[in-house]
Design a protein around this ligand. Structure first.
Ligand code: KG4
Ligand code: ZN
Length: 361
């Protein structure tokens, strides 16, 4: 049921391989007043798993199938009807254009039919603010400035965030994203997609000190990162591994070896990421780090950041696990702070809303 004072936001996210629809409510100003009433995610891991990565054409076809059931389920779970919606938010980029269009055009059609404003949201902005939505962190006061580390399948970016409107890119990967590194290593080892989650689970049973990989760009004197060299180093260690033993002992040792490699890789990624954001805090005199994106679900990255944050007196904030990977709740949250476009008052601008696959922040 809608509370008279609340602003109800219907949100869509479909930039990659997940179709998500959420309903949020905001009572007054300030982040802590936003509540998630429902957040439905249709994952396509089972579709793309066998290909070892996302197949864009399959992603958009499956989004079409999920688009109406996701909407119905999100409304149903929230107890909100279409007539109670005040604003509609949707990811407009960056991402796969065919995928973005499915959620964005559904949102646009609903906004037009209901005569309610539509907020095109940048997907990365959704990730950046997701740690402040629910979870352990609830604060009505000023959250700025903070350093945002966005780590996902396509991004490994560091931003200095001074306000909702002042987000400055201060460091980024020069090659692979760290989610991409996990996905590629997992694929190479025959464990499939999404590699980040699979490696994280298996690494729990491995020895993180078994292999010492060089931390990429550790002494680079800037905030840029690189994950392609680390990927090659891990893959070449795996390829060199050969046994001249019985089948049984080979199988056993191979399993231990893979777990140790995964644990050591996860450790190296956690360490280099923390070094870079700690340097960002120092050079910009900031003492809050908000980590987001699918890779922020990683259990060792979480524990390493929290341990190091305590030592250095830096506040570390992660999203709830289900808000780390792509979801519409984070898009709705960012939507509350972005510019709405009204289908009647801003008619031309509304009709021109389109997917922006390379939308840079
Ligand atoms: O943010 P996200 O859902 O989609 C993009 O915007 O890319 O991130 C997906 C990425 C994939 O590379 C996946 O392997 C990784 O997040 N991922 C993880 C974990 N869960 C998902 N990486 C490390 N540890 C995890 N637990
Ligand atoms: Zn994402």
């Amino acid at each position: 049921m809608k509370n008279e004072k609340s602003i109800i936001n219907l949100a869509f996210e479909s930039s990659c391989d997940d179709f998500s629809c959420a309903v949020l409510s905001k009572i007054s100003d300030g982040g802590a007043s936003v509540k998630i009433l429902s957040n439905v995610v249709y994952s396509q891991d089972f579709v793309h798993g066998i290909y070892g990565g996302v197949v864009p054409e399959l992603a958009s076809r499956n989004h079409i199938k999920a688009s109406l059931p996701a909407l119905e389920m999100a409304l149903d779970k929230s107890g909100i009807s279409l007539g109670d919606i005040d604003i509609i938010s949707a990811t407009a980029g960056p991402g796969l254009v065919g995928s973005i269009l499915i959620g964005l055009m559904e949102a646009k059609a609903i906004a037009y039919a209901l005569k309610k404003p539509l907020v095109p949201v940048n997907h990365i902005e959704g990730h950046i603010f997701s740690p402040f939505l629910e979870g352990d962190f609830l604060e009505t006061g000023n959250i700025f400035p903070f350093i945002a580390l966005v780590i996902s399948g396509g991004h490994s970016h560091i931003y200095l965030v001074k306000s909702h409107a002042e987000i400055k890119l201060i460091g980024r990967t020069r090659d692979d994203a760290c989610g991409e590194l996990f996905d590629k290593v997992s694929n190479h080892a025959g464990y499939g997609y999404p590699g980040g989650r699979i490696i994280d689970e298996l690494a729990e049973k491995g020895n993180k000190d078994a292999f010492k990989f060089t931390l990429p760009m550790e002494h680079s004197h800037n905030l840029d990162m690189s994950f392609s060299g680390l990927k090659t180093a891990v893959i070449s260690v795996m390829d060199k591994y050969k046994f001249e033993k019985s089948e049984e002992s080979l199988k056993k040792e191979k399993e231990t070896f893979v777990l140790d490699i995964f644990a050591s890789l996860r450790e190296s990624v956690a360490k280099i990421l923390f070094k870079k954001v700690a340097a960002a805090c120092e050079s910009h005199r900031v003492n809050t780090i908000a980590v987001s994106g699918g890779v922020s679900a990683n259990s060792r990255i979480r524990s390493h950041f929290i341990e190091e944050g305590k030592i250095r007196n830096i506040k570390i904030i992660f999203p709830k696990i289900n808000l780390s990977t792509d979801n519409a709740a984070m898009i709705g949250y960012a939507g509350y702070f972005s510019r709405p476009i009204d289908p009647e008052k801003n008619k031309e601008e509304f009709f021109n809303i389109n997917a922006k696959s390379n939308w840079e922040l």
